[in-house]
Design a protein around this ligand. Structure first.
Ligand code: DC
Length: 225
């Protein structure tokens, strides 16, 4: 049987994960957050004291840890590093930077490729990331590229971190986001870019409900429902 896949790419804070989760539950698809996979590799480097820019060190680390992705009863994705549930730890701001740096290494991307493709072979998925429509699932049934202004994205990320009780301020979040955007879009290996056949959705100024309805309409049009 051929399963359906929806790829959602875009910069951080564009609302990808929130919207992908809502869409997945509406359509009965599995939501896969690929950023969380890169974050887990970043966390592993952090815990082992390996600088994320130390290419040889990070490459030597690959294959020396176990990385698992499991979905709970609630449909939410959990990440496990050497058997420990690290789903909360990987959200820390310093781990965002580690994830962004390790994700620039082609060896890391190659190492994680099969895990991501394998998930899409086994069920209907909505997968979010940076290179899902361009590299991981080039044959996805629908590709969405989600974006919003830098201020809007930083504002959302700031609210998210505060809600989780992570101490930070807006200026730091905005500056961190600008650095990560630059890293993610300028790297040589699978940089963030819109696939030619992706539908561009700009969520600037939209409420969550408005953005969700825009996406749902696009999905229905494509899938003819
Ligand atoms: O979506 P996120 O912010 O949780 O992702 C964390 C980092 O991982 C981000 O800086 C870029 C990287 N990433 C990537 O390179 N490719 C993906 N498919 C997903 C994330």
């Amino acid at each position: 049987m051929n399963y359906k896949s929806i790829a959602i790419d875009g910069p951080s804070g564009a609302g990808k994960s929130t919207l992908a989760k809502l869409l997945a539950s509406e359509l009965g698809y599995l939501y896969v957050d690929t950023g969380a996979i890169y974050r887990t590799v970043g966390l592993c480097a952090f815990r082992r004291g390996i600088a994320p820019e130390d290419r040889a060190g990070v490459v030597a680390m690959l294959g020396t840890f176990s990385l698992d992705l499991k979905h709970g009863e609630d449909g939410l994705q959990h990440m496990y590093l050497d058997g420990e549930d690290v789903s909360e730890d990987i959200r820390r701001p310093e781990i965002s930077m580690y994830a962004s740096a390790v994700s620039a290494l082609p060896e890391v991307r190659e190492f994680l490729m099969e895990m991501q493709r394998g998930l899409a072979r086994r069920q209907n998925v909505i997968m979010d990331g940076r290179d899902i429509g361009t590299v991981v699932l080039p044959d996805a049934d629908l590709k969405l590229f989600l974006t919003a202004s830098a201020e809007d994205r930083a504002q959302r990320r700031y609210a998210e971190l505060r809600e989780k009780g992570i101490a930070t301020d807006f200026e730091t979040v905005l500056a961190d986001m600008a650095t990560r955007d630059k890293n993610d879009a300028s790297r040589a290996a699978a940089p963030l870019r819109q696939a030619e056949d992706a539908v561009l959705v700009d969520t600037t100024g939209n409420t969550l409900e408005e953005s969700f309805q825009m996406l749902l309409k696009t999905v229905k049009e494509r899938f003819g429902e």
